[in-house]
Design a binder for this molecule. Structure first.
Ligand SMILES: C[S@@+](CC[C@H](N)C(=O)[O-])C[C@H]1O[C@@H](n2cnc3c(N)ncnc32)[C@H](O)[C@@H]1O
Length: 170
């Protein structure tokens, strides 16, 4: 059984799929497109109310094919990263992706350094924490990645309830 999500999360993932599809179509004249999933999640997911299997953000990004992202980097905590890597590798053996285990707030800057030579490529980042895990320095690193280019990293940044009301819980 996968991680169970409410209908609002399934709606969020539908929006992500449509946006990523449009993003790669709009950037199809270039030879590279980068996708960064800062809180990548797990390989198996389902809708809580129906038990229906749903694709998480990592699988959605890999499934976009008109045209595809050429380099994908997924960040996830060490207890979940190997499972995600194995499942994605089985389904997408030939794609240029990495599942980076660890705290994304530590790992993102180094991975962006490794991608610096292709910072000219249109880049999308999905920042989808459970709560308050995304640190400001991580957003700064993403904002700096394409400095000097015409546009910055485009991103979806999800706000958990505590972001907008300090006493709220999810
Ligand atoms: C809301 S879920 C992500 C769902 C996923 N984006 C999707 O749509 O399928 C948040 C994920 O972030 C992971 N996470 C939490 N803190 C993290 C951190 N500091 N670095 C990397 N991943 C983290 C959690 O293990 C969890 O799987």
């Amino acid at each position: 059984m996968g991680r169970a999500w409410g209908y609002w999360t399934v709606g969020k993932l539908d929006l992500l799929r449509d946006y990523l599809d449009a993003f790669t179509t709009a950037s199809s004249s270039l030879s590279e497109r980068i996708y960064l999933d800062v809180f990548a999640g797990v390989a198996e997911n389902e809708e809580r109310h129906t038990g229906r299997e749903v694709e998480g953000s990592a699988r959605i990004a890999l499934s976009i094919d008109t045209p595809p992202f050429t380099r994908l980097r997924f960040f996830e905590l060490p207890n979940k990263a190997p499972g995600l890597d194995a499942a994605l590798r089985a389904d997408y053996p030939d794609r240029d992706f990495l599942v980076v285990p660890g705290d994304c707030n530590h790992e993102v800057p180094g991975v962006l350094d490794q991608l610096k030579h292709v910072a000219w490529a249109p880049t999308f980042a999905f920042v989808d924490p459970d709560g308050m895990e995304a640190q400001w320095r991580t957003l700064e690193a993403l904002a700096d990645f394409r400095s000097g280019q015409k546009t910055k990293v485009e991103l979806f940044l999800l706000f958990a309830a505590p972001h907008v009301h300090p006493t709220a819980s999810r």
